[in-house]
Ligand binder design. Structure first.
Ligand code: ADP
Ligand code: MG
Length: 253
């Protein structure tokens, strides 16, 4: 079975700062893959590389069997054209810590926008799907609200619906609940749990260890640009093998 995401010796530097120092990992289709680690360890950078927001400096990164950003001929790599990169990106949904919805558009319009702009989809088709998705994230009664009229948790659920509108095969979540008031976290995690149950492949950077334990199929602890430890969430969280993992978990659990 082709991995949904495969990283082989992935390195990323920003100028002299070596951030990702040889990441190897594999995410299977339908897997909920949780990524944890201290601030600055490179978690966001790794997600951004998968989604073409950063280019890796060495190694290989594949999504669903395709090299991210490159075509391989023999042992030479050729950069993909912008149009080809855009095609790869369409299949990946990303949800950030900050919801960054379009402020001048209603919730419904936010969810309709990408399929219309990117896929040239008919408005009626985009609207029907957007209504369905808002219903799925529990916000059908907020379709006409603007982002400023929604709570942070509601905005984040719209952001999830917006990402799903492109019918991605992979969803990336970068600390989706970190900016939320505690009482709003549960609704967002419930939506993510529902997605997981439907079989969406997800990489989730999170500090929500309860979610990782209950919903995660795999968990990686990253520190200083390397994978320190990985395994089933229950095993890593209850029986960490490495001192760095133990020390991190003692601070967040
Ligand atoms: P995490 O998400 O685990 O907190 P990040 O991937 O955001 O970590 O950042 C890892 C390191 O890379 C940090 O030291 C950060 O300052 C640095 N970094 C991230 N993006 C850039 C950038 N565009 N330019 C320079 N340094 C960056
Ligand atoms: Mg981050």
């Amino acid at each position: 079975m082709t991995a949904m995401v495969k990283a082989e010796g992935v390195h990323k530097s920003f100028g002299p700062a070596h951030i990702l120092k040889g990441i190897d990992l594999e995410v299977a289709p339908r897997e909920v893959f949780c990524l944890i680690g201290p601030s600055g360890s490179g978690k966001s950078t790794f997600l951004r590389c998968i989604n073409h927001l950063e280019q890796i400096n060495a190694g290989r990164l594949y999504v669903d069997g395709d090299l991210v950003g490159y075509r391989q001929k023999g042992d030479k790599l050729y950069e993909l054209r912008d149009s080809e990169v855009a095609l790869q990106r369409r299949d990946i949904g990303m949800v950030f810590q900050r919801f960054n919805l379009f402020p001048h558009m209603t919730a419904l319009e936010n969810v309709m926008e990408a399929p219309i702009q990117v896929k040239r989809e008919a408005r009626a088709v985009a609207r029907a799907r957007a209504e369905r998705l808002l219903d799925r994230v529990g916000l059908s009664d907020k379709a006409k609200n603007y982002p400023s009229q929604l709570s942070g948790g509601q905005q984040q659920r719209v952001a999830i619906a917006r990402a799903l509108a492109m019918e991605p095969k992979l969803m990336l979540f970068d600390e989706p609940t970190s900016a939320l008031d505690p009482e709003l976290v549960g609704d967002v995690l419930d939506v993510m749990r529902g997605l997981a149950e439907e079989g969406m492949t997800m990489i989730v950077v999170t500090h929500e260890m309860g979610f990782a334990r209950e919903v995660g199929d795999a968990l990686v602890f990253m520190d200083d640009g390397v994978v320190v430890e990985s395994g089933h969430p229950r095993d890593v969280l209850t029986n960490p093998q490495h001192d760095r993992t133990k020390s991190f978990l003692s601070k967040v659990l």
